[in-house]
Design a binder for this molecule. Sequence first.
Ligand SMILES: [Ca+2]
Ligand SMILES: [Fe+2]
Length: 454
Amino acid sequence: MYKVYDNGNGKYSVKKDGSKRASKIFDNKNDAYDYCDKKNKELGIESSAKNNFIFRKIIIGVLSAFIVVIVAILGLKFGIFDASNLSSSSSNNTSSIVVNEGVHNEFQIHFLELGNKYSGDSIYIKAGENDILIDAGSLKGSAKYIKEYVDQYCIDGKLEYVIATHADIDHISGFVGNSSNGIRDGILYQYEVGTLIDFALTEKTHEIYKEYLEAREMLKANGTNVYTAAQAFNETDGAKRIYELGEGMQFQILYNKYYFELSKVENNHSVVTLFSYTKNGVKNDYLLTGDLEVEGEEAMVEYYKENPGILGHVVLFKAGHHGSKTSSNDVLLELITPEISVVTCCAWAQYTEKNANTFPTQQYIDRISKYTDQVYVTSVYDEENDDLGSLNGTVIISSNGEEVSMYGSNNTTKLKDTEWFSETVYVDSTGKLVTKDTAGAIAIPRRTMPAAWK
Ligand SMILES: [Ca+2]
Ligand SMILES: [Fe+2]
């Protein structure tokens, strides 16, 4: 496949995958697009070169890198930074989307670090004038991290949409927050909420779930539109399946069998959302499946194969269930062929001692590697301090409708290039993590490089 590259000097190259030399160099971006489309057509590939986002060469020295960082910080602070104004670095890339560093203003998905060492989700989305929050972290104390972060962007005190994917505590704790003198600091108490869409079913009975239900009732009483994903999908009781966000942006609640029947696995009740940004006739999709697992993924894929034209190729796929081995299965990946995948987790042995099964799991890595090497992970466990550490940190995937950018508050290193991926760990004969001094300990790299990433 041919792609268009921004040489950073006002010239644009068209290059074939794997080729070091440009087939042709242009002074004009559109001419490069046209030539690229023509060459791809000769190869039998029908695609718009405009959709193959532009790759910027490393042309920044130490000083300009410093300036980029400062501008990025200021830009993020004031939400005015458009990556297209900056040169930026990148590295070899195998997918058709090329990721620049930086943040576009129009459409942003932020995968938040939550200030603690537990895996959990909180995803803030800025789409035009809309502030959207999907889930609110793993601890009640996450609320204050989320609020501080969101307040950098949300200046009207209103979250137009809030989505609670499922009732597990690592997704809803920050919604309720802590209570002090009868005042709650949870997200649902701190913002005006336009519309809340949440899971239709759960078998959870824990205290935080009960507190969530109280908050839900409070919102209803205060005029928030409160719907389950089942109501949204079926468009009953005033709920909608598709919500327009203005300027070619929308999100829709996708089908999930487990809005309508109980699953043995709580994660399968997750609300699934598809965000779309269409500009100049080119539509880019972003898929968020919460913690949906294999049964849910299979049923969803079956549904969208029977109802084609809705779910297909996506720019971004949030790794299901924090990169667990039971999510992000081949059946789904084959349909969505993701170009970027973000894992929201704190990489360590939180739920298992088996090295390969710690988040993000070897199986997730092996499966996603067939589609992209642009895999980014928010956090890692800092063993020394028994605390949160960063891999990419808070990850922002953003777009102006033409280009997609990735920004990591810590760095923009792909998972495969991180120290974490290749560092030596020690396991016993069953693959369980052990200390170096344990009898029979075997030294292995933490993750095995899949063939596609070599
Ligand atoms: Ca708002
Ligand atoms: Fe989770």
